[in-house]
Design a protein around this ligand. Structure first.
Ligand SMILES: Cc1cc2nc3c(=O)[nH]c(=O)nc-3n(C[C@H](O)[C@H](O)[C@H](O)COP(=O)(O)OP(=O)(O)OC[C@H]3O[C@@H](n4cnc5c(N)ncnc54)[C@H](O)[C@@H]3O)c2cc1C
Length: 482
């Protein structure tokens, strides 16, 4: 089990988790924990975006449902309160691959659903009165050297091939410079389907919205496991049915439906241990830039920004004028371990600070005020799962691979439709009841994950030094193809 922050940890311990929680403008004092066993209609593990959107969407559809959300720490403690602020219509799985696996129409439906979701997050937050600093400025994927141009062209061609050309526009150097001035950049791919949000305010606001509609949050309540009903329940009218249970040290919660919404942390549950790989993503944040510094950088339209490196990097501009720079590259930990100590890795944070100044040399000497990180969940085939089994009453949404800010909203709406028995366009999406195969047992999992992580870094360094794009044929690239 993840080491929990000290029981009874006050708001200060949670403020330190990320800038987003510190700046959420909300009282982080934990809500009371579960106090004895109870019985509800829907019990949800996890008060992140997935659990909270699902609760909210269920209550919109059926306002009388009794819903309990069980959260180990506080709402927003996980990736939802720590991320890079990208509410993006892109997934981490290519349309080509989706089309090959599920057919062209299903792949297109996924794209359309994701684009709609970016707008829906803004709409739903506004409707609930949440000031999430939602700003739809699109996203720029920058080619920072000629070696990144083949990847840019391939990405643009993929949009065009599937009839989404306007969602992936190529900008030449001059057009990019008008928006954002990145040292050495030669062009960029612009997609309009991305908004920057304040994830801390969004997730904390969602928790309050769920409460306003009658849901109950129990914080500082770690779930130690779950038990499905002994027999399937379907098709046995009149028989006493057994119900699934969430277990905690403070009592059991019996429910008609369980929703497992713990993303990377689900790996700590015996039944789901190998379903996801917990991968750490780390972030550094600057002090607010001066007007002169912003004039040198540009970035007036507040796009979310990344590059074509194999080792993921992502940037966003905060509402209060700071630059967030995030990246993967922190090591995978043997046995899928998750620990608050892994949230900070000085070598990775130093690299991110260094990279930010390489992107924007005019910011040399800028002060960095925050550094944090957290685990995200990566399924074996990179494909998210929105699952519901009416026979057991167990639902789950997971496996967003670092693209969960928007996808969790889509998941919440889809799970709410599935649980309340509504057929909709969403319940036809290929995420529904998708089963990704398990990751390998250890030590193979650690060997594979570390090999790919280190090889990707080496390929990025080589590409930079030699000015040639990675071939796409190396073992690491083939293993990580998606
Ligand atoms: C550093 C970082 C940067 C990211 N950047 C982006 C980005 O820019 N854009 C994007 O789209 N995605 C990004 N992601 C991913 C995105 O944040 C997640 O996909 C999304 O927030 C997942 O939401 P969730 O509710 O499923 O999981 P989480 O937010 O992780 O919530 C799970 C909750 O469950 C609780 N929990 C877990 N286990 C238990 C238990 N046993 N008992 C009780 N409670 C439990 C946890 O405490 C946690 O609060 C990033 C992730 C990280 C870590």
């Amino acid at each position: 089990m993840t080491a929990q922050l000290a029981q009874g940890a006050g708001p200060d311990a949670h403020t330190a988790v990320s800038f987003w929680l510190e700046d959420a403008g909300d009282d982080l004092t934990p809500r009371p924990p579960l106090d004895g066993s109870t019985d509800v209609d829907v019990a949800i593990l996890g008060a992140g975006f997935t659990g909270l959107w699902t609760a909210l969407e269920l209550l919109k559809r059926e306002p009388t449902l009794r819903i309990a959300v069980l959260e180990r720490e506080i709402a927003g403690f996980g990736a939802s309160g720590r991320n890079g602020a990208w509410c993006s219509g892109e997934l981490n799985i290519s349309v080509d691959l989706l089309a090959a696996r599920h057919g062209v129409e299903a792949a297109r439906a996924v794209r359309r659903a994701m684009y709609d979701t970016v707008d829906e997050v803004g709409r739903a937050a506004a409707a609930e009165g949440i000031d999430a600093a939602y700003r739809k400025g699109g996203a720029l994927t920058v080619a920072r050297a000629p070696a990144e141009m083949p990847a840019l062209r391939a990405a643009a061609a993929e949009y065009e091939r599937h009839g989404f050309a306007e969602h992936g526009q190529v900008l030449d150097r001059a057009a990019l410079d008008e928006r954002l001035r990145v040292a050495g950049a030669v062009g960029a791919l612009y997609t309009p389907d991305c908004a920057a949000v304040h994830p801390g305010r969004l997730v904390r606001g969602l928790a309050r919205a769920v409460e306003r509609r009658g849901g109950t949050l129990f914080e500082q309540t770690p779930v130690t496991g779950y038990t499905p009903p002994a027999r399937g329940r379907a098709g046995r009218p009149g028989r006493a049915v057994e119900r699934p249970i969430l277990h905690t040290a403070r009592g059991d919660v019996r429910a008609t439906t369980l929703v497992l919404a713990g993303e990377a942390y689900l790996t700590e549950l015996r039944q789901l241990h190998r379903q996801l790989l917990p991968i750490y993503s780390l972030i550094v944040l600057t002090e607010p830039l001066s007007a002169a510094q912003w004039a040198a950088v540009g970035w007036d339209r507040h796009e979310c920004v990344s590059s074509f490196r194999l080792t993921i990097d992502y940037l966003s501009r905060t509402q209060d004028g700071r630059i967030l720079f995030g990246g993967r590259g922190a090591p995978y930990h043997f046995g899928s371990r998750i620990d608050p100590r892994f949230d900070r890795d000085e070598a990775t944070h130093a690299m991110l600070r260094h990279m930010l100044v390489r992107w924007f040399p005019t910011l040399r000497g800028i002060r960095f005020t925050h550094a944090w990180g957290g685990p995200l969940g990566m399924p074996r085939d990179w494909m998210p799962t929105f699952a519901y089994d009416p026979a057991t009453g167990i639902a789950s949404a997971r496996g967003y691979t670092g693209h969960g800010v928007a996808t969790s909203n889509l998941a919440g709406r889809t799970l709410a439709d599935l649980i309340t028995g509504r057929r909709s366009e969403l319940t036809e999406l290929p995420f529904v009841n998708h089963h990704s195969r398990d990751w390998e047992p250890e030590p193979l999992r650690w060997l594979g994950a570390r090999y790919v992580q280190l090889a990707m870094m080496r390929l990025d360094r080589l590409a930079e030094r030699r000015g040639r794009a990675p071939t796409g044929r190396s073992l690491a690239e083939r293993l990580a193809r998606h």
